[in-house]
Ligand binder design. Structure first.
Ligand code: NIG
Ligand code: FE
Length: 413
């Protein structure tokens, strides 16, 4: 038997367990580490895992000496706004002058400024720009990416964004999961007619579903954006039409988005900085993954971060994501988010690794498939130029990935 690829001399092989659902609560501290390990790849899948010394007798078309370094599954980024036009560096000054995120939005800036730029951009331009950002994500060790629409707020532009994500999925060897976030803001033209706008986004669900353009539906439930009742209406309809559910919940004000997500069986509730005790309990009871975005809290200049410790104590499955977008978190680097999770969310290295692998996969319908290294599963993995798995959250702001493989093929080095 000649394998396609043999990776040997791995100092620490990180083997998160994704077989029995996401790691919840205290189980998040469980992380399997195999020392002096090796594995073999056949037909894009993991075919053998064992001790490095057992690998000596195996033959493969290609061999990779990991040099005693760390190897993990490809990271999963379960919340990004990857496809958009323009950029918003001009808002930095407004932020420094004390203007809040929702104030900038209420004045036609923020999300709405990106909506203008996204409407103006051609599909080709959006594709080129999103490719640039996606390649940077891959270079930082990510092999599964969720991407939301939400900068169109009209049917033509929302569909344009989703088509770009579909094309990215076809062109790049990584897995992409698309989410329709039509109700991301109310366009100025609909001021006072918010209900009408929401109904238009609800009508779009059928078009998107039949074109196979998104697996999930998402809404920005926040003061001055969409209320709990509006969010319930949108999410319930999306669920009835076969979408998985997500929600931008309790980011700034505790409206009860976590409770809503849990009651509707959402795959994830995201942000949750202001989630109530009851909301946290409901997430735990219903198995809704909490996708925490500490890069956003940091970038918005806030002191209050999501209560990850409380969530873990209560039994919630916590995942981490970049929230990469042009306004509230402008970074493609999930490793940086791992450091913020350590410092600001007080998560342990083991919890962080589970949060960016198996739990992130469950948040986007790829549970047990992405974020794991197991026989029969996709050979998507990262060789990290670090001495141990605790090192990545510790040494922050740089890229530790030495090489990145998706489906057994090298996609970055
Ligand atoms: O997840 N909170 C709403 N939506 C995005 C930000 C989008 C933007 O500012 O462009 C978020 O942070
Ligand atoms: Fe977001």
């Amino acid at each position: 038997m000649k394998y396609d690829l043999l990776v040997f001399n791995i100092g620490q092989l990180i083997l998160p367990d994704g077989n029995s659902g996401p790691q919840k609560g205290k189980n998040m501290a469980q992380l399997n580490i195999m020392e002096d390990a090796a594995f073999a790849v056949q037909d894009e899948k993991i075919a053998w895992i064992g001790a490095s010394k057992e690998a000596v007798g195996l033959s493969a078309k290609e061999e990779k000496d990991a040099g005693g370094k760390v190897v993990s599954p490809g990271l999963v980024d379960p919340h990004t706004h990857l496809v958009f036009g323009g950029s918003r560096e001009h808002e930095l000054g407004m932020k420094q002058a004390g203007m809040g995120y929702l104030d900038i939005l209420a004045n036609g800036g923020g999300i709405l400024s990106t909506v203008d730029a996204t409407r103006e951009a051609s599909e080709e331009e959006l594709f080129e720009k999103a490719s640039f950002h996606l390649e940077r994500m891959i270079s930082h060790g990510v092999t599964t990416v969720e991407a939301k629409s939400g900068y169109g707020l009209d049917s033509a532009t929302e569909l344009k964004q989703l088509k770009v994500a579909k094309r990215l999925k076809e062109v790049y060897p990584v897995d992409m999961v698309s989410t329709f976030l039509g109700p991301h803001a109310v366009p100025p033209a609909y001021k006072g007619r918010e209900e009408e706008f929401l109904q238009e986004m609800i009508l779009l669900l059928d078009v998107i579903r039949s074109a196979g353009l998104a697996e999930f539906a998402d809404i920005f439930c926040e003061t001055g954006v969409f209320s709990i009742e509006q969010s319930r209406q949108f999410m319930q309809t999306a669920k009835d039409k076969g979408f998985g559910l997500k929600i931008h919940a309790d980011e700034i004000d505790p409206l009860g988005g976590a409770e809503l997500a849990a009651s509707l069986g959402a795959a994830s509730a995201d942000h949750l900085v202001a989630a109530s005790d009851e909301g946290i309990q409901k997430l735990a009871e219903n198995g809704t993954v909490a996708v925490l975005l500490p890069g956003t809290t940091f970038y918005l200049g806030k002191d209050q971060f999501a209560r990850a410790r409380k969530m873990i104590e209560e039994g919630v499955a916590v995942a981490l994501a970049t929230d990469f977008n042009p306004g509230s978190c402008v970074t493609e680097n999930l490793q940086l988010i791992m450091s913020l999770a350590a410092l600001k969310l007080k998560m342990s290295a083991e919890e962080i690794w589970n949060a960016v692998t198996v739990n992130a996969a469950y948040a986007i319908g790829r549970g047990g498939e992405a974020g794991v290294l197991e026989i029969g599963k996709s050979a998507s993995f990262v060789v990290w130029d670090v001495p141990n798995y605790q090192y990545i959250p510790y040494h922050y702001g740089v890229n530790h990935a030495e090489s990145v493989f998706a489906g057994g093929k090298k996609v970055w080095e």
